[in-house]
Each structure stands twice: as structure tokens, then as C-alpha cells.
Design a protein around this ligand. Structure first.
Ligand code: ATP
Ligand code: MG
Length: 300
């Protein structure tokens, strides 16, 4: 469901006064209607065309084109080093922070060129949040971890507690922490810390949440909890997730992109998109023999 309650509306109002939005991105980034079950009819949130990603002279990814659809989970799978994290970071311009990193080709976010020089990368990262492999709470209280982003965006102090509670409820952590909000986030278990990081990411009302192997440091129970949470969150957020866990990709995602590594003419290892399709097709009837070999565990 698209969130339209007073809390979000007022938070949005607050933000307008403190963030100078890029005209292109802000006009594009209003959530539209619900998606339909048919991905081909769903709204395109990201449209990637012929993307190459470089670190200095090294080409990490070559010629990637795909679409990410609204309110769906899109999974990136493939062997280590094929460029999944590099690609994921292109979606919120996190690679900009890495010296020597650059992209060629285009990524359109809701129709606007994400790499246009008018676009403010800080605002991009607010709208397109990220959750990392290792839970990385700030050395602050549970409350402050979630309140940090909304406060920075200028949310009124009187609204903070409400926003924190709502975010913790949505990330299925509230009941476990409501009596210890002022305790350090470091006192939480790994799975709880990861749900806190998800709460922190959604507290600023992003449009998209990117997740890079969010369960790989967690035990099976905590993993199941996060998977359940992601499935619930997808009605409100568009989610892109990198995972090494085939079952996880098959269980949770609507679309799957399989990446691999190819040797170029200079013997350099470059990541490429082998196949992108509905998850069901990738796992039951892949088009490319490399995909089949990977998902059946014969290579990778
Ligand atoms: N900051 C960087 N500087 C230089 N090269 C990098 C940097 N980050 C990644 N690379 C290189 O880019 C390629 C893709 O790396 P990336 O981390 O995107 O792969 P990955 O598919 O996420 O792998 P994994 O599954 O192990 O996380 C690799 O060859 C890697 O060594
Ligand atoms: Mg990675």
C-alpha cells in the first residue's frame, strides 16, 4: 500500500523546507499507482541501458541493460566478483564515493537520468536507501539510530518519536525494543541490528531500498525473519537485493538477474548480465546454459 497517513504527509512537508531537490528527480519521484502482478505491465522505476562500470582502467561491468519494476523484489545473483555490488551501488550513486569509479551508459530513475549533473547525489541516496551485508548501526541508542535521518531532513522534534515507532513497527522490531529505546544499538543481536538498519533506511521514507546480501551474516532464524520482512515491505518499497543464496532469491524475488564473469580480449575479468527474467523462469526454465549451470550448483 502507498503510505498516505498524516505522519508521512507532514514529514514530507518538513523535508520540502530543508532539502533542495533536483527539479528533475523531485518531479519524477512521486509514487504512483500500485503495480500489477504482471511485471511487463508494472511501472518501471529504474531503466538501465548499456551500462559499463569502471574502477580506473578496470572495467568491472560491461553493457548491462535491465529494468527494475515498482513494488517488486529484483534479485541480483552470480559468482563472486561478477559486479553485483558494483551494479547495486550504481542505483544510488554510492560508487561516486569511490575514487576512480565511474559509469558509462544510462540509468534512468522514474524517467530522469540519475547521473545528470543537475541531480544531487545526497538527495538520490535519501530516496534510494541502502542496507549492507554487515549490520552497521551507529554507536548510538536504538532510538537515535532511527531518528538520525529524519532529524537531518528537518523533521520536527515533536514528530520524531512517532516516526521512530512507525519505522520500528514496519521493520518488525518494535515489540522487541520498545522498552529499551535508549539502550545502545550494539546491545542488539545481529538479526535485530539488521532490522534496525532496515528501520533506519525506511525512516526517511525512501522510494527504493537496495540491499547487498543483507542476510549473509545472520543465522537461519534471523534470515527467515528478514526475508519475511522484505516480502512485507515490497508493497511499499521497490526492493533490489543481492544474494548468494539461491533459495532466498527464488523465495523472495519477482525478477532475477544472473551475472557472470567473462574474460575480455586482454584477459581482464569483466562482469556481464547473462540473463534477466521473471524469477520463476530463471529458476525453472532459464534461457542460457550458464544460468542453468549456476543455479543447479554446477559452477560458481
Ligand atoms: N573499490 C574498488 N576498486 C577497484 N576494484 C574494485 C572495487 N570494488 C570492486 N572492485 C572490483 O570489481 C569487480 C566486481 O566487484 P564486486 O564487489 O562488484 O563483485 P560482487 O559480484 O559483488 O562480488 P561478491 O559476490 O564477492 O560480493 C571485482 O573484480 C572487484 O575486484
Ligand atoms: Mg558483493
Amino acid at each position: 500500500m502507498v503510505e498516505t497517513n498524516n505522519l508521512n504527509e507532514s514529514a514530507r512537508e518538513e523535508k520540502k523546507t530543508t532539502i533542495s531537490l533536483s527539479p528533475t528527480i523531485s518531479s519524477m519521484a512521486t509514487r504512483g499507482d500500485e503495480s500489477t502482478a504482471d511485471p511487463s505491465a508494472a511501472e518501471v522505476i529504474f531503466d538501465v541501458e548499456k551500462l559499463d562500470a569502471f574502477y580506473g582502467d578496470f572495467k568491472a561491468l560491461s553493457n548491462v541493460s535491465l529494468q527494475v519494476y515498482k513494488s517488486q523484489v529484483t534479485a541480483f545473483i552470480g559468482p563472486s566478483g561478477c559486479g553485483k555490488s558494483t551494479f547495486l551501488r550504481c542505483f544510488n550513486r554510492m560508487n561516486d564515493l569511490i575514487e576512480g569509479a565511474r559509469v558509462e551508459g544510462t540509468i534512468k530513475y522514474r524517467g530522469a537520468d540519475l547521473y545528470d549533473e543537475e541531480v544531487d547525489p545526497v538527495e538520490v541516496r535519501r530516496r534510494i536507501g541502502m542496507v549492507f551485508q554487515k549490520p552497521n548501526p551507529f554507536p548510538k541508542s536504538i532510538f537515535e539510530n532511527v531518528a538520525y535521518g529524519p532529524r537531518l531532513s528537518g523533521l520536527k522534534k515533536s514528530k520524531l518519536a512517532e516516526t521512530v515507532e512507525k519505522s520500528l513497527r514496519r521493520s518488525a522490531l518494535w515489540d522487541e525494543v520498545k522498552d529499551r529505546l535508549s539502550a545502545s544499538a550494539y546491545g542488539l543481536s545481529g538479526g535485530q541490528q539488521q532490522r534496525l538498519c532496515i528501520a533506519r533506511a525506511i525512516a526517511v521514507q525512501p522510494d527504493v531500498v537496495l540491499m547487498d546480501e543483507p542476510c549473509s551474516a545472520l543465522d537461519p532464524i534471523a534470515t527467515a525473519r528478514i526475508e519475511e520482512l522484505i516480502t512485507e515491505l515490497k508493497s511499499e518499497y521497490t526492493i533490489v537485493i543481492v544474494t548468494h543464496n539461491m533459495q532466498q532469491a527464488a523465495r523472495m524475488s519477482d525478477q532475477t538477474a544472473f551475472f557472470s564473469v567473462a574474460l575480455d580480449s586482454h584477459g581482464s575479468r569483466t562482469g556481464e548480465l547473462v540473463e534477466f527474467d521473471k524469477t520463476e523462469t530463471i529458476f525453472t526454465n532459464p534461457n542460457d546454459s550458464r544460468t542453468e549451470a549456476y543455479i543447479t550448483g554446477r559452477v560458481g
